[in-house]
Write a protein that binds this ligand. Structure first.
Ligand SMILES: NC(=O)c1ccc[n+]([C@@H]2O[C@H](COP(=O)([O-])OP(=O)(O)OC[C@H]3O[C@@H](n4cnc5c(N)ncnc54)[C@H](OP(=O)(O)O)[C@@H]3O)[C@@H](O)[C@H]2O)c1
Length: 289
């Protein structure tokens, strides 16, 4: 089974590295060529010159791309060549788009699975990603060992789109939680507590502490917004949730409010920074003690 990877961003590059270490990757493609050339140099895996060349030389095509536009435009080139191939899309995109792309792939004699992930770049490096998969079960069984090169948990969720709905459940909570975390941190500091005291409350003493407070609160203390998961991606995920909720007339007030905060953070120039930088909205617009 020849495997090609399209998308060498924060996640894709590291997922690719894990695959190479298990001898499971045959070629890569990235829109900006320097990343695929860098990957070729670092790992000795062929950098393809186009999406078409990647698909033609692969049985399984993994995509790890930013958003609906990126996956949609890439799939326009993949679909006509997809006969007999399996596309595994690990990006977080709109489930409805993914379902319609999977249908087109099947009409061309191939299969597409949605396989979005829970976990940051650090968890990719530790091979501790959670991957939730939607689509044909037999194809899932076939490609499972590929996902297991980079994941500690790989779960089949059901038909096409199910993996993405499961992923959005996670990011609905995470998006709202990190806004509330920024609000709580700011509340404590403006009340006169030391940053380190607020950190201790949120990471060690709080009944609402979590792996997310452990990972992100130290970043608030040092105002280190180096990117694990970008603000623009969390904004995008909450927009997908709003779209899905609107289509079903489901109320989603918490994630709707959280979305506004990520948009404000982006207007402060924090789009590419880690999404915990949403704390800056509270910090910059509060009176200091
Ligand atoms: N980072 C995380 O912690 C994390 C966690 C869970 C899920 N995710 C999801 O995983 C996906 C990738 O995240 P990431 O952090 O790796 O993103 P990233 O670092 O921004 O990388 C995005 C990738 O998509 C490519 N791309 C963007 N627009 C494109 C277009 N129009 N056509 C073709 N390629 C395009 C980029 O190519 P260029 O290099 O040319 O820009 C790059 O390879 C996103 O859907 C994100 O929501 C991320």
């Amino acid at each position: 089974m020849k495997i090609g990877l399209i998308g060498l961003g924060v996640m894709g590059y590291r997922i690719g590295a894990n695959l190479v270490k298990e001898g499971k990757l045959d070629g890569v493609y990235n829109r900006s060529e320097e990343k695929s050339r860098q990957f070729e140099k670092e790992f000795g895996v062929k950098a393809f010159n186009s999406i078409e060349e990647t698909v033609e030389n692969s049985d399984v095509i993994i995509t790890m791309l930013s958003d609906d536009n990126a996956v949609g435009s890439t799939m326009e080139k993949v679909i006509p060549l997809s006969k007999g191939k399996v596309v595994v899309d690990m990006s977080t995109i709109s489930p409805r788009l993914s379902i319609s792309l999977a249908k087109k792939v099947e009409e061309n004699g191939g299969f597409m699975l949605d396989a979005p992930v829970i976990g940051t770049s650090i968890m990719v490096e530790q091979k501790k990603l959670v991957v939730m998969v939607g689509g044909n079960k037999e194809k899932f069984d076939d490609i499972r060992p590929i996902l297991e090169s980079t994941a500690s948990t790989t779960i089949y969720m059901g038909k096409n789109g199910s993996g993405l709905y499961a992923k959005l459940v996670n990011n609905l909570l995470l998006g709202a939680y990190v806004v509330a975390m920024g609000e709580a941190f700011n509340f404590g500091v403006t009340a006169g507590l030391e940053k380190e005291q607020v950190e201790e409350v949120l990471t060690k003493l709080s009944s609402a502490r979590s792996p997310t407070t452990e990972l992100k609160v130290p970043k608030l203390v040092s105002q280190d917004y180096s990117t694990q998961f970008a603000t623009k991606h969390m904004r995008k995920d909450l927009e997908i949730i709003q779209g899905e909720a609107t289509a079903r007339s489901v109320i989603t007030p918490m994630s709707s409010l959280a979305l506004q905060f990520y948009r404000i953070a982006e207007s402060l120039g924090l789009s590419e920074d880690d999404f915990c930088s949403v704390y800056e909205v509270f910090r910059r617009f509060s009176k200091r003690p």
